[in-house]
Design a protein around this ligand. Structure first.
Ligand code: HEM
Length: 374
């Protein structure tokens, strides 16, 4: 995705979103030849109407994210079972164990890096175990998923073409890696997601190599960076508010609602893409078949017409109809897992560390991306 120039230049993306919601909640950017949707209502409409706003972006519909019905439903149902709230609930003891193991040594040391020591390894270990790939390879996954969500690095004089080439190279490395993991599972099936994918049939056909690998890639990349950022964003938000931190420590049943508010207030996924299939009107604007649309979830989740005091973090906010996990048929498959991982991570941290404070807030840098926020 090529980000809007104004956003790259903005010192605070949320301030810029606010301005855009005021002056042009749905606008066409000539330079990128793209529609930008900043308002909640427009975002929800776009995500609901999958017939007019297709997920097929022209890069081949190999991943669930880029499929439309009826194909989308067939593919989603293959893995849906593993991600239902009931299946996910069963994983809680194991997730707790991983969180405790990651934390015990760090907390005793008296200081930690929330991202490197907890927020990054926890979701990678969990999804690696679900898929059946060695969690030891997590540094590789991190390198790859970081590269896949990166934007054009203007500071380094990078061009859009160079970024695309780099992403293609990373995708090749990933396919190569998973190719051998899948081969191993073919020879020795186990009780994990890769083995389930190998057994799956769509219209009596097993998945071809590409479909199989793109599933693995999607689960690994979609779920990691995002959940890492949810945990990091939550900790930053709580550490900035010491009184809230004390409230959460005293009553951890407040955590789930507070996590929902983090999802709204600092949405880990900031933008989604769609393509217009037939001429349509959105917010009074005429969109044409073939046009590209970017839906700014980060902005929609701060829309003052939907959320009272939208720029305030309200840990008990209710109702909280944020769309941080998307909306409609592509609603995040891993939402229950991400919520559970965040709750367990934060609960364990509050339990094990009797006091917590930011050592040096000046060292905290936002990610260089307009796609993810962390
Ligand atoms: C889809 C966000 C965690 C797997 C999505 C979408 C969003 C999203 C916004 C919709 C994409 C679209 O409409 O184009 C998030 C956030 C997460 C998170 C904010 C963490 C806080 C996870 C996890 C997994 C996962 C842990 C799995 C391990 C998926 C999959 C889809 C998806 C497979 C595609 C669903 C479909 O196309 O039907 N996610 N996600 N996500 N997510 Fe997540």
């Amino acid at each position: 995705m090529i980000p809007p120039k104004e956003l790259l230049q903005a010192t605070d993306a949320y301030e810029w979103f606010k301005e855009m919601r005021k002056v042009s909640p749905v606008r066409y950017d000539e330079e990128r030849q793209t529609w930008d949707v900043f308002c909640y209502e427009g975002a929800q409409k776009t995500l609901t109407d999958y017939k007019t706003f297709s997920s097929q972006m022209g890069g081949g519909e190999i991943s669930l994210l880029g499929m439309d019905p009826p194909k989308h439903k067939l593919y989603r149902s293959i893995v849906a079972q593993a991600f239902t709230p009931i299946s996910i609930e069963k994983m809680e003891p194991r997730i707790e164990q991983i969180a405790r193991e990651l934390l015990s040594a760090r907390v005793a040391r008296g200081e930690m890096d929330i991202i490197a020591d907890l927020a990054f390894p926890l979701p990678v270990i969990v999804i690696a175990e679900m898929l059946g790939v060695p969690a030891e390879d997590r540094e590789l996954f991190k390198k790859w998923s970081d590269a896949l969500v990166a934007d054009v690095d203007i500071a380094k004089g990078q061009t859009a073409m160079e970024l695309l080439e780099r992403k293609q190279k990373v995708a090749e490395d990933l396919y190569h890696y998973f190719g051998s993991v899948v081969e191993e599972h073919r020879k020795h099936p186990k009780d994990d997601l890769i083995s389930a994918l190998l057994q799956a049939r769509i219209e009596e056909q097993s998945l071809d190599e590409q479909a199989l690998l793109s599933f693995c890639l999607l689960l690994l990349v979609a779920g990691n960076e995002t959940t890492t950022n949810l945990i990091g964003n939550a900790m930053l938000t709580f550490l900035e508010r010491p009184q809230l931190m004390e409230k959460l420590r005293a009553d951890r049943s407040l955590l789930p609602t507070a996590i929902e508010e983090v999802l709204r207030f600092r949405s880990p996924v900031q933008s989604l893409s769609r393509r217009v299939t037939t001429d349509t009107v959105l917010n009074g604007q005429q969109l044409k078949a073939g046009d590209r649309v970017i839906i700014w979830l980060g902005s929609a989740n701060r829309d003052e017409r939907q959320f009272e005091n939208a720029d305030q973090f309200m840990y008990k906010r209710h109702p909280n109809r944020h769309i941080a996990f998307g909306h409609g048929i592509h609603f995040c498959l891993g939402a229950a897992l991400a919520r559970l991982e965040a709750r367990v991570a934060l609960h364990t941290l509050l339990q094990q560390a009797p006091t917590m404070a930011l050592r040096d807030s000046s060292t905290i840098q936002p990610l260089q991306s307009t796609f993810v926020y962390g």
